[in-house]
Design a protein around this ligand. Structure first.
Ligand code: FES
Length: 144
C-alpha cells in the first residue's frame, strides 16, 4: 500500500502529510467520512457534522468520494447551507491541507478560502466546487 493510501485510510492523510506531528491533534478532529453512491450524487448524512454530546456542529468534514482524485471538504454554514470543495490545488494539482477555515497548498504555498476563492497565489483559479442538495437527512454532493 502506498503511503498516501495508508494515510487516507487512517483518516489523517490530508493533514499529516505536510504538516507533521505538531498539528495532528487539530487535523484529526475533522472527521473523514466515506460517501455512498445514491440518486443525484454522493451521499453523506447531515449528522456527520454533529458533535457527540453537544448541540453544536463541526464546521467541516472531509468526504472521500470513490473515483475522485482528491477528497472533498464540506463546510457547514447552516442546516441547508453547505459548500463542497475538491481538495486539489488549481496551480499544479497538489492535494490541499486544512488550516482552520482555509485550505493551504504544501507544494508552493497557495491558499484558498472556505468558499474556494484564491487568497494567495501562485494559484489563480478558484477551487472546484460541487453542487450540494438535500434528501431527507442526507447531503447529496453532485460530482458529475
Ligand atoms: S500546486 Fe499548489 S501552489 Fe503549486
Amino acid at each position: 500500500m502506498e503511503r498516501r493510501s495508508f494515510l487516507r485510510l487512517s483518516g489523517m492523510g490530508t493533514c499529516a502529510a505536510a504538516t507533521g506531528m505538531l498539528s495532528l491533534a487539530g487535523c484529526a478532529s475533522i472527521p473523514h467520512v466515506l460517501a455512498t453512491a445514491g440518486e443525484g450524487g454522493w451521499r453523506v448524512r447531515k449528522d456527520a457534522f454533529a458533535i457527540e454530546g453537544k448541540d453544536s456542529f463541526r464546521r467541516s468534514i472531509i468526504v472521500e468520494v470513490q473515483g475522485l482524485e482528491a477528497p472533498v471538504i464540506v463546510y457547514r454554514n447552516g442546516d441547508q447551507d453547505h459548500i463542497a470543495l475538491l481538495m486539489r490545488c488549481t496551480h499544479k494539482n497538489a492535494e490541499l491541507n486544512v488550516s482552520g477555515d482555509q485550505l493551504t497548498c504544501p507544494a508552493h504555498g497557495s491558499a484558498f478560502s472556505n468558499s474556494g476563492a484564491v487568497l494567495e497565489g501562485p494559484a489563480s483559479q478558484p477551487l472546484k466546487r460541487f453542487p450540494v442538495t438535500y434528501a431527507g437527512e442526507d447531503l447529496v454532493i453532485a460530482t458529475q
